[in-house]
Write a protein that binds this ligand. Structure first.
Ligand code: NAP
Length: 282
């Protein structure tokens, strides 16, 4: 019988996850189908019940359900527990377990797309929202030497830096020390929406299209979590200064690959997954 998996969200029609996972199933000859299911706020318990009774292979969870889904699950992985957010649900025996693979996706992107291992590296994360928090927890777990969280609101920076208890520090975006930290870093990650098509500059000043004001240079790695446009101005500015840069497609494929491995127990065919995204995004 054909196995079933889905991403739940609201809205979810734009999701690239069906293309990525269906390409992976096809590449490995797994008889499974993955769909995007629009689930209204409040209907999450019902869809989790369906997953349980119909024994779905797996479920991805996207906005706005990443926190709400937790109440319907039996258990959480340590990283999902510390983040308080779930993007992947899998069966462990009969128990439904919530995981968060977003940060592992960032680690994958650094290793596989930028050829840099974050172990022992000094990292600056620009932003302190959901994507930043996932990065920070995963980078601390793999052993980054330091993680400096630079954010507009210092309270959110402090909360995010606490996810990296030994190595995390928080700085307000307006603090002059932030530029020194960026200059001293090995890896700088843009985890804000700045530079995304249609983003608003807000209080950051300058043009939203240019991305964050802090830009890494020679000998440094710039990972932009934005992938629309595929080549952001921030990546271009970093490359012009001599940095090695990549966009957010690596995180997208990486988080999906880790979820796929949870569901199937098999190594994810990341080339096929990457090709599916490239096909969709051009
Ligand atoms: P979020 O929870 O809304 O957090 C946004 C963060 O960006 C906050 O820290 C916010 O600062 C900061 N920020 C927003 N506008 C800013 C501005 N104009 N100037 C300075 N800082 C600003 O969003 P998220 O879910 O973490 O997502 C962040 C970005 O990551 C997304 O826009 C997307 O481009 C990217 N992303 C990529 C993937 C992927 O698979 N590649 C997955 C998820 C997200 P305050 O705390 O001060 O408000």
């Amino acid at each position: 019988m054909t196995a079933y998996a889905a991403v739940i969200g609201h809205p979810v029609a734009h999701s690239l996850s069906p293309a990525i996972h269906n390409a992976a199933f096809a590449a490995l000859g797994i008889d499974a189908r993955y769909e995007a299911v629009d689930v209204a706020v409040g209907d999450v318990p019902e869809v989790v019940d369906r997953m349980r009774s119909e024994r779905w292979l797996g479920m991805s969870v996207t906005m706005p359900h990443k926190e709400a889904v937790i109440a319907s699950l039996d258990d959480l992985t340590p990283i999902a527990r510390s983040l308080g957010a779930v993007n992947c649900v899998f069966f462990d025996g009969d128990a439904l377990v919530g995981d968060n693979t977003d940060g592992a996706g960032v680690v994958w992107a650094l290793r596989e797309r930028l050829d840099v291992d974050p172990v022992g590296r000094r990292v600056v994360v620009l932003g302190a929202g959901g994507a930043a928090r996932a990065c920070i927890a995963a980078l601390a777990e793999v052993g980054a030497a330091s993680i400096v969280v630079v954010n507009r609101s210092v309270e959110r920076a402090v909360s995010a830096a606490a996810l990296a208890p030994e190595v995390g520090r928080a700085l307000e975006l307006a603090d002059p020390q932030a530029e020194h930290e960026v200059v001293a870093a090995d890896i700088v990650i843009n985890a804000t929406p700045q530079g995304m098509a249609g983003a608003d500059a807000g209080e950051s000043g300058g043009s939203a299209a240019d991305g964050p004001a802090h830009v890494p240079g020679a000998g440094q790695v710039a990972l932009d979590l934005v992938y629309h446009p595929l080549r952001t101005r921030w990546m271009e500015r970093a490359e012009a200064r001599g940095a090695q840069a990549a966009n957010g497609v690596g995180m997208l494929v990486g988080q999906a690959a880790v979820a796929f491995e949870r569901w199937t127990g098999r190594p994810a065919p990341t080339d096929a997954m990457w090709a599916a995204v490239a096909d969709r995004l051009g």
